[in-house]
Design a protein around this ligand. Sequence first.
Ligand SMILES: Cc1cc2nc3c(=O)[nH]c(=O)nc-3n(C[C@H](O)[C@H](O)[C@H](O)COP(=O)(O)OP(=O)(O)OC[C@H]3O[C@@H](n4cnc5c(N)ncnc54)[C@H](O)[C@@H]3O)c2cc1C
Length: 463
Amino acid sequence: MKQYDVIIIGAGPAGIFSALELISRNKELKVIVLEKGKDIDARICPTKVEKVTCRKCPECSLLCGWGGAGAFSDGKLSLSKDIGGNLSRYVEDTVLQDLIHYADNIYIQYGAPYHVYGGDEQQVKALKDQAHKYGLQLIPSRIRHIGTDRCPELLKNIKRELNSKIDIEFSKEVKTILFKNDNVAGVETKDGEVIYGDFVILAPGREGSLWLEQQARIMGLSLLKNPVDIGVRVEVAASTLEPLTKITYEPKLIFHSKKFNDRVRTFCVNPYGEVVKEYVKGIWTVNGHSYSNKSATNTNFALLVSTFFTEPFDEPHLYGRYIARLANLLGRGVILQRLGDLQAGRRSTPARIARGRVKPTLIDAVPGDLSFVLPYRYLLNILEMLRALEKIAPGVNSRHTLLYGVEVKFYSRQLKLKRSLETEVKNLFAVGDGAGVSRGLIQASVSGIIAAREILKRIGDGI
Ligand SMILES: Cc1cc2nc3c(=O)[nH]c(=O)nc-3n(C[C@H](O)[C@H](O)[C@H](O)COP(=O)(O)OP(=O)(O)OC[C@H]3O[C@@H](n4cnc5c(N)ncnc54)[C@H](O)[C@@H]3O)c2cc1C
């Protein structure tokens, strides 16, 4: 019979930082990490080695395995407590900022670069004031950029540290959480193995969020609403966005549209980056990457609309998938349109794209017409925000600007959690993106640390 002090489900940043915190403070602890994906070197996406389209692998190598979705992410660590998650609901602001600093230092210890973008407070303040004039709210954020190419090495360094101290099992998908008299008891894996544990930390990420939701329903746990953000990825010449990106690497701007008063925001800005396609559970959506040592000539960012008031319908996820499917249906994947074509009420064609000044970095996006895909409300919100952005970054609203659709951000169903991130089942903790407490690397990592510290406190090793 396998018996552990702590079982961690998922080897993304949340799970990894739980393990690091537990073992750095109590070397005697018996900890196991169960991960349904593969070890970092074995995480090979077929599309990266052969000229094939997505094979729809049961465990997507880009999202599952050591490092989780963080392994091939841009590795942009947002060092502000206001970005990348909901942890401020559980932790006081000053404590949260300290924890972010603590997690950031661990990233540096394992290989993140020292440089931080967005550090010049005067310049940031001037930009904030200028944005304010045009109805844009700039959320100042300092960013440490690891880079997609450097993330795997950093994760290997952490794994080397943990290898001899804890058990890590790959291709081990957890099927069921076991509990007895309102206490967690362990887990059962898909291959029928039962592993007992005094504490269980659930860290399955967005990839495992539906599974977590099912488990929560089986255990009778309370679930909160989950939002969905829908929009486009915008691509411009890197010089166009430079007035913003040279001051703050990732300009986080929020705009409330005039017509609908909806919240529109910039998300995941990739200076000198590339637009990429992403396959999530049967649908193609768009995303972006930037590398630490590879410079494309364009900058891309998402414009996302957060709105959903359609009661009695309460399935924002389904709605988001429906919109993405529509784009896939019309474009056989991701649709690309020049802003000028959208404004002129006509579709983009390969010839029109070729004549444009901005050359697309996602070459297999299909020129088409986003007005057949995005509802009027979303399109109008996006066009209004582009007009506002034009005031602080001239050229953004040019007819040459490229729009890729659609970008959808699904957020996990949030579980009802205590401040320690414990669920309504005793000694069962839920952390990271899968539990809806984070939306980025740093807050996912911090949430893992919070759960680990509570466990250490309960077994008498608290700090
Ligand atoms: C393309 C891309 C770029 C990104 N760029 C950034 C960025 O620059 N900055 C930023 O802050 N964030 C970024 N993110 C988001 C970031 O990667 C996530 O917020 C973060 O990885 C969440 O960490 P997590 O540990 O909660 O979940 P994940 O990283 O998703 O890890 C969860 C792990 O659990 C495993 N798992 C799931 N279910 C089970 C199960 N039942 N049994 C066993 N294992 C299971 C999964 O295989 C996975 O490995 C990006 C994400 C993507 C996809």
